[in-house]
Design a protein around this ligand. Structure first.
Ligand code: FES
Length: 130
C-alpha cells in the first residue's frame, strides 16, 4: 500500500555518490571522490531543492569503484562505475544546474553510457567472459 505522503520540494533527480569502504579510498588505489567539491557546488548553485545529492556509504558493487547512482522519474535508477576524473563530476554538476534551470529532468550526459553498471546482473562478469 502506498501512503499519500507529499513533499513541498520539486525534486527531479537524485544523485547518490558512493564514498564507502572502496569508492574514493585512495589508500586502496581507487580514485578520490571530490566530496567537498560536490557539496560546495551544490550549495553555491542552490541545486538541492531540485536535484538531491547524497553522499553514501557502500552502495554494493565495490569492484567497480567509483560508483554513482542517478535516480530520475523518467529513467528510474541508473548505475555507473569507474568515475575517476574531476571533469566527470563537473559534468554532473553542469547537468544538475541545467535540470534546475529547466525545472525538469533532462537526458543524462552521454559519456555516462560508457560507465553503465548493472548492480544486479544475473551473471558475474568473469563468468560472462569465459
Ligand atoms: S564502496 Fe562504493 S560500492 Fe562499495
Amino acid at each position: 500500500m502506498l501512503y499519500p505522503l507529499e513533499t513541498k520540494r520539486l525534486v527531479y533527480a537524485q544523485i547518490l555518490v558512493c564514498n564507502g569502504c572502496c569508492c574514493g579510498r585512495t589508500e586502496k588505489g581507487h580514485p578520490a571522490v571530490p566530496i567537498d567539491y560536490l557539496k560546495a557546488e551544490f550549495k553555491a548553485r542552490k541545486l538541492i531543492r531540485n536535484v538531491q545529492v547524497t553522499i553514501s556509504g557502500c552502495l554494493g558493487p565495490c569492484d567497480v569503484p567509483n560508483v554513482v547512482a542517478i535516480l530520475t522519474r523518467e529513467e528510474g535508477m541508473r548505475w555507473y562505475g569507474f568515475l575517476s576524473e574531476q571533469w566527470q563530476y563537473e559534468s554532473l554538476i553542469e547537468w544538475a544546474t541545467e535540470v534546475k534551470e529547466a525545472q525538469r529532468a533532462l537526458p543524462l550526459p552521454a559519456w555516462l553510457e560508457n560507465h553503465r553498471l548493472d548492480p544486479m546482473a544475473t551473471q558475474c562478469a568473469s563468468a560472462a567472459v569465459a
